[in-house]
Design a protein around this ligand. Sequence first.
Ligand SMILES: *Cc1c(COP(=O)(O)O)cnc(C)c1O
Length: 405
Amino acid sequence: MSRPRLTDRILAARVQRTLQGRERQRRTVTRRDGVRYEVDGRWLTNFSGNDYLGLAQHFAVVDALQSAAGRDGAGSGASHLVCGHHAAHEALEKEIADWLGAPRALLFGSGYLANLAVLQGLLGEDDVCVQDRLNHASLIDAARLSGCKLRRYPHNDAEGALRQLRTVPDGAAIVATDGVFSMDGDVAPLRELSLVAKVQHALLYVDDAHGIGVVGAEGRGCAVDAGLAPGDVLQLATLGKALGGYGACVVGSEDIIGHLAETARPYIYTTALPPAQAAATLAAVKLARRDHWRREKLQNLIGHFRQNAQFRGLQLLPSTTPIQPLMCGEEKRALALTTALEAQGFWVPAIRPPTVPDGKARLRITLSSLHTQAEVDALVDALSWARDAVEMGYGNAGASGAAVA
Ligand SMILES: *Cc1c(COP(=O)(O)O)cnc(C)c1O
């Protein structure tokens, strides 16, 4: 048997994706003003971003970035353990630990890297990681990198988590879950999962990429909102979503965080975040803690959107967060809806397999405190128009190339 040629295999895979209508294209944003995005020469109202509190372009955040860059430069120049650790990193770690009421926080280049570091740094091949079926891809990849046994339980099923833990009675264990599920918008049953973890002497790890800044009083996220004590949970806060910047922070006990800082390969062998980025995020955290009105406005918009959408018979998942998916079933239908919405001036990319399970394509609609009620009303009008238009055949004749995510 001869070895397959890698380039042939890649070409075949690309052709197949194209034939199945599953190719993925990027759209280039040329200008942005809050939720208004200029794409391919046209201004669209964006309902797909994760800038839930409208902090990415806040003047105080941008000002902090600019003045820190003027002082410290564009990059950190090295990893944290060599000479890249800066006072701006230190200040941000302290602020986030204080915010979440935990002993210590550790900065990472991104949420993806942080998840790799946590599971690779804490688990080995004799250990087990029990995960929700709908967890973010980075948690799954992280468990694989660690070499541990990976067991998955049905979505939000704490008893299922307990059953899976019992199948591997030896070795250390982590129960890992998204706080707010990134594609569904619902919240994990953290109290129950915390009890399960306690009974099984496991560590509970909550990836709260979409909860931090948004959920609970002061935006402290799902774990604090569920009443978990800081000692009961290890948490991931990402800095690129509600905080409008880039990077991530793992928050937990002195021992666990110290251990990760000294041993986790995805922490040690990578360049530290630019200090200016840390300074910008520090300004964003202060705004997120202080500006309760952003969360209140967001909650009002969420309630308004759901009421209006349900009145029009649009099928939403049960979600109280800014992630409000509209289920479409077939990918083709999701793509046609996206195209119809773009024709009306709205940007809501279709989310398709493998990001979501087969047959569960959706429009992942997200709300931001920057949206106005009038924009939300206009979106609901456009959604119900698009639904009816697609029913009548709009967008079926190859129009989908216009708007693929
Ligand atoms: C976005 C996301 C990540 C990855 O974070 P980045 O900082 O974008 O790498 C991890 N987990 C969840 C649940 C996410 O939604």
